[in-house]
Write a protein that binds this ligand. Structure first.
Ligand SMILES: Cc1cc2nc3c(=O)[nH]c(=O)nc-3n(C[C@H](O)[C@H](O)[C@H](O)COP(=O)(O)OP(=O)(O)OC[C@H]3O[C@@H](n4cnc5c(N)ncnc54)[C@H](O)[C@@H]3O)c2cc1C
Length: 548
């Protein structure tokens, strides 16, 4: 077993540099729009605005672009950070249409297969099968008395998805229209958003086992059933109902496909480019000041880095006070933080017989809320949920890029406070105690791997654990949070969460504006540009597609 001591040289170059024209100096006022953050929301927005003829400047604090969709390497091994599967791209859906629109050439999506998620409670296995009918049939076989409830559940997921369209459209319509029809647009979705996942599951089902199984994807948004809003649960369950898909070439391909659209319109993407302040003059956003002191100006500034961080860290204090921002954000909390174990093998996914479907592993008690609580209080034996993903098996192109090797990613939620004692210590040099803790956790997570995939025992060539401090260091999430804001009912009820801000020229996008997930990031870009241009961009893109 080898642990590579890998120091990424690029990390040392903490100077903003352009990915397209590294040595060309550009005028500080040359861009129409500045976008803070190069995650999927920032890139999608930049691509849409580029197609409208704008020159867009994307500023990214990390040394690679892509946000949660970037990949990282250690030697020949490569792992995804925040994309293991997406839904709604297997057929001609709205989301697929938007993916195609923002990319220079369409992303190819590899089907994960008939079973996209395998759910383990101890040794008991359940499968999430592609297709609503198959889903109902499979669970009806296991829980015959729940057949009616299962059918109602599916139609409820569809109703929530439908009402989401009006709810999010309302966030983009002009204020005077909102005054007339806003309430009507919001109401249906809010009815579901105000309830917890547990409340709705309790109403539909008798079996506690089935309820816990159906809530197993809570790891996709980080909040257990009695705390999460039902709309978040429904969004995820609906998103994957017709199967899980993986981008051929890994998640990094998303940046590679979108970037040329921005570049062709004269836009730029800068990495190692941390924005320190949004510049406000006469009550209007006029540009940004970088951590390096450099100033970029533009008519419009869009932040995708999180609502709380934008309002509380990037805006001058007097602006925060003027608009009572602290008060408006008071009910919102960050989502849970996470640990990621990145593992490498010197054999291929086929040789090691890796599956494509994700593994979700839970303690045998079928009680997510109790498990999460006990874990936070350090009284749980093990982890409340362990997620295992097999990118080298999902990606048909992996073997070509990385011959003879394979990778696995393991993710589990963790409280940020467990790592706060090392806050402020330098990356890769946080001290022996931190390294010992990381090694202990790595071994605990590897034990799950060996139990559920015994063929991996003795085959691990490399592993490295990321902690919430890694998330904070690289992506600047203040609490190492995994999914931006937590998906509580309060979050969805908060009407201040929208792309328009009280400050002229400043807009927001990103997972906080819609919901976590790559799809949520893309839809936030659509809502943001719709608000900027007072035009429904879903319809506009659909019309353009029809004409093409
Ligand atoms: C471990 C993990 C697994 C996940 N798995 C999946 C999955 O399988 N499927 C799925 O759909 N979703 C998944 N997600 C969620 C999904 O990746 C995110 O919800 C989505 O990508 C967020 O996109 P975003 O653009 O809003 O934010 P980000 O991708 O976080 O982009 C924001 C960017 O802003 C940058 N930034 C921050 N501060 C500054 C600053 N001051 N100046 C300049 N730049 C700054 C950050 O570095 C970051 O690159 C996962 C997330 C995680 C963490």
């Amino acid at each position: 077993m080898v642990r590579l001591d890998f120091v990424d040289m690029e990390d040392k170059k903490k100077i903003a540099h352009s990915l397209f024209t590294p040595f060309k100096l550009r005028n500080e006022e040359e861009f129409d729009t500045i976008i803070i953050g190069s995650g999927i929301s920032g890139l999608a927005l930049a691509a849409i605005l580029s197609k409208e003829g704008q020159k867009v400047l994307v500023l990214e604090r990390h040394y690679v672009a892509g946000g949660c969709t970037h990949t990282f390497k250690r030697g020949n091994y490569e792992w995804d950070v925040g994309l293991h599967y997406v839904g709604e791209v297997g057929t001609d859906t709205e989301l697929k249409m938007i993916y195609d629109y923002i990319c220079d050439t369409p992303i190819e999506w590899a089907d994960i297969g008939e079973v996209y998620d395998r759910i383990y409670f101890g040794d008991e296995l359940y499968e999430f099968r592609k297709g609503a009918d198959e889903f109902v049939e499979y669970f009806t076989n296991l829980f015959p008395i729940e057949e009616e409830g299962l059918k109602k559940y599916i139609s409820l997921l569809n109703r929530v998805a439908k009402s989401a369209q009006l709810f999010y459209a309302e966030k983009a319509i002009p204020e005077f229209v909102d005054k007339i029809i806003g309430k009507w647009m919001r109401n249906s979705y809010l009815k579901y958003a105000s309830r917890t996942t547990q409340e709705v599951l309790d109403e539909l089902f008798i079996s506690s086992k089935l309820k816990a199984v159906l809530a197993a994807q809570f790891g996709d948004y980080g909040l257990p059933p009695s705390k999460s809003s039902f709309v978040m649960h429904a969004t995820v369950a609906h998103h994957y109902m017709e199967g899980g898909y993986y981008p051929v070439g890994g998640s990094r391909i998303i940046f590679k496909k979108i970037a040329p659209v921005i570049q062709k319109a004269g836009g730029e993407i800068f990495v190692n480019a941390e924005v320190d302040k949004i510049l406000i003059e006469g009550g209007e956003a006029v540009g940004v000041q970088m951590a390096s002191g450099q100033i970029w100006k533009a008519k419009t500034v869009i932040s995708t880095v999180g609502i709380e961080k934008t309002y509380k860290s990037l805006l001058p204090e007097n602006t925060q006070e003027k608009y009572g921002l602290t008060e408006k954000l008071k009910d919102l909390n960050p989502s849970v933080a996470y640990l990621g174990l990145y593992i490498g093998f010197k054999e291929t996914a086929a040789q090691l017989n890796f599956p494509k479907s994700n593994f979700w592993i839970f303690p045998p008690e079928y009680d997510h809320d109790k498990n999460m609580k006990d874990f936070a209080e350090h009284t749980l034996d093990g982890f409340p949920v362990v997620y295992i993903s097999f990118p080298s098996a999902k990606d048909p192109d992996f073997e070509q890029r990385h011959p003879g090797i394979s990778t696995i990613e393991i993710v589990t939620p963790v409280e940020y406070s467990s790592f706060s004692p090392w806050e402020g210590s330098p990356w890769k040099n946080r001290g022996q105690k931190y390294d010992d803790l990381k090694e202990k956790i790595s071994q605990q997570l590897l034990a799950y791997l060996y139990r559920y995939l015994p063929q991996t025992k003795g085959k691990v060539d490399f592993y490295e654990l990321s902690t919430p401090l890694s998330t904070k260091h690289f992506q600047g999430y203040p609490n190492g949070e995994m999914y931006g804001l937590e998906s509580s009912p309060a979050r969805f009820k908060n009407r201040f969460i929208k792309p328009r801000t009280p400050i002229k020229g400043l807009f927001l996008a990103g997972q906080d504006i819609v919901c976590s997930g790559v799809g949520g990031g893309i839809m936030s870009a659509i809502i943001c540009v719709s608000a900027m241009k007072n035009t429904n961009y879903v319809s506009k893109i659909a019309r353009q597609k029809k004409r093409a």
